[in-house]
Write a protein that binds this ligand. Structure first.
Ligand SMILES: *Cc1c(COP(=O)(O)O)cnc(C)c1O
Length: 546
């Protein structure tokens, strides 16, 4: 009689992919995945979400504990699939809630394979060819963005926030030498625009710079940083005896696609280094997690317009392109393939123009005794993480290979075209106003007004006139009601799932402006969905009292 655990072990072994190919078992493995996919597919309907809208039951979740015995793969997969009920389908043309990208099949396979074979990018000992894939993506992306790949270096990390963390950390080491060993021994700041992502707070907090030292510079109405005020901020910080860990340019803000003038920022930095006699050069990091993808248009001939975009779209693409093409002036860049690269989470690449900069992050090999006994490429020497998955790398590689430049151009061009169409429609109605009208991206922020409001003048008045503050708040509430109506309609499968932002931006007298938001990223969005938004908004006005 074998020991009871041995019997169980035999069953458990069937629950793992076989290390040596066994055709029957290989088929069982693929079938198990297919079965799970099938169950999720069964939840698709006309609704822009899986299954039915569901209440989230955290209470019973909190009561759960591990079972006494093992379960079958089928039972586990049923349990897993259950958790997808109610999830928006982000690739659905009637889901336009946020910057969540639909993943292509190629990128899904890219993310799937490493979960089966588990390469660890800490070193090429443990990742072999996947380490080469990382270099390949780094070189492809460097070239695309205008870096010189023979000089640049890059590493995949744990998200857009991670890319900013890497950039500011390198800058911190330049500004406050040996901070890695000694701690942040001089007062340091990081500077970015008031519209930059709140990741600045995580980075400043976690690096020991301190959230209070994340200086925010006001933006233009187009949501890009004001260079005159940036200059003022730099002068003040230096006069205060503080050191600048990094100046962060936001190349595509999350909610409004504002793009900083990085050329002017770098020129300003270069001028002030001499003028103020700094003994270091403040690091300029570009948070391009959203905007990077537009660099596929760097060499697109907009005059010829081979792909046939509409004039308004060409204008928007060229408008974004004129700033994005200067990206390579940044000392480092953050890129999210999981934002505008049509890849699943997490797929974030940090690039430095000068690979030598990575030395600021390096640890001594003697500090990592169990690693690097063989192999030649050891990113683990300078990465924050120890284990690093290959999922992001291969998902990104798959996206780049699958789409190519023209594929990216067609997808980005199309979603910008749809966003432009939406703005055109909303501008055409007297009761709706586009707030980011000059915007060149795929996100549209708009406000809806009750009857009798003059939308030619009111938005401007709301923004600037404190005596209009009460009306502003009334209109904020009105827009919240419109939003709730639209949300319910979407949940009935008859409308478009939009989102709402409580604070599109602050008025000059510091009140928040509520806005409705359409974030178009799905390749499946088409003109009928754009019309549906407008029709639903007009219908909502009939039902909501101002
Ligand atoms: C989303 C976003 C981030 C954060 O990136 P994650 O990948 O979500 O960590 C940072 N900056 C900008 C501009 C973003 O839109």
């Amino acid at each position: 009689m074998p020991a009871p655990y041995r019997v169980l072990l035999e069953t458990l072994r069937q629950g793992f992919p076989q290390p040596v190919s066994d055709r029957v078992h290989d088929a069982y493995f693929v079938f198990s995945i297919m079965q799970a996919l099938d169950k999720v597919d069964d939840m698709k309907s006309e609704l822009p979400l899986l299954g039915e809208p569901t209440e989230l039951d955290y209470e019973s979740a909190r009561r759960q504990e591990i079972g006494p015995s093992s379960a079958s793969v089928e039972d586990v997969s049923r349990e897993l699939v259950r958790h997808f009920a109610g999830l928006p389908i982000f690739s659905h043309p009637r889901t336009q809630v946020n910057v969540v990208p639909p993943s292509s099949i190629a990128s899904i396979i890219g993310a799937l394979l490493p979960t089966i074979y588990n390469p660890n990018l800490v070193s090429d000992d443990t990742s072999h060819g996947i380490a080469v894939a990382e270099q390949r993506v780094e070189a492809m992306t460097s070239r695309l963005l205008g870096y010189e790949p023979s000089r640049s270096a890059g590493v995949f990390t744990f998200g857009g926030t991670g890319t900013t963390l890497y950039g500011v950390k390198i800058g911190l080491e330049k500004a406050v030498p040996d901070a890695m060993e000694r701690g942040v021994h001089s007062r340091a700041v990081m500077i970015s625009s008031g519209q930059s992502h709140y990741a600045r707070l995580s980075v400043a907090g976690w690096l020991g710079i301190g959230e209070d030292n994340a200086v925010q510079v006001p933006t233009h109405l187009t949501n890009d940083i004001r260079i005159d005020l940036l200059e003022q901020a730099i002068r003040e910080v230096v006069a205060d005896g503080k050191r600048i860990a990094a100046i962060v340019a936001t190349m595509g803000t999350t909610d409004a696609f504002g793009i900083d003038d990085i050329e002017a920022m770098v020129a300003l930095r270069d001028r002030l280094v001499g003028e103020l006699g700094l003994d270091y050069t403040p690091h300029v990091h570009a948070d391009a997690v959203i905007g990077w993808a537009w660099s596929v248009f760097n060499d697109y001939d907009f005059e010829e317009n081979r792909l046939g975009f509409r004039p308004r779209t060409v204008r928007a693409l060229a408008g974004a392109g004129r700033r994005i093409r200067k990206l390579s002036l940044a000392d480092s860049i953050g890129i999210d393939f999981h934002k505008t690269g049509f890849a699943p989470y997490i797929s974030s690449l940090f690039l430095v123009r000068d690979g030598e900069d990575m030395r600021y992050l390096a640890r001594g090999r003697e500090d990592m005794p169990y690693l690097f006994q063989s192999g030649e490429h050891h990113p683990g020497i300078f990465t924050l993480e120890t284990s690093r998955s290959g999922t992001g790398v291969l998902a990104a590689l798959a996206s780049l290979l699958f789409l190519g430049k023209d594929g990216f151009r067609a997808l980005l061009g199309h979603i910008v075209e749809m966003a432009e169409l939406l703005r055109e429609h909303l501008e055409g109605h007297s009761t709706t106003t586009v707030l980011n009208g000059g915007n060149v991206g795929t996100v549209t922020l708009f406000r809806v007004y009750p009857d009798g409001v003059d939308t030619w003048t009111v938005p401007e008045r709301e923004r600037t006139d404190p005596t209009y503050g009460e009306k502003l708040l009334e209109h904020n509430e009105y827009n919240r009601k419109i939003y709730r109506y639209l949300h319910e309609k979407a949940m009935d499968g008859k409308g478009v799932l939009l989102s709402m932002t409580d604070c599109y931006r602050h008025t000059d007298y510091d009140e928040p402006m509520v806005a409705l938001k359409s974030y178009i990223l799905s390749p499946f969005v088409d003109e009928e969905h754009v019309r549906l938004i407008v029709d639903s908004v007009l219908e909502a006005r009939e039902h909501v009292r101002g």
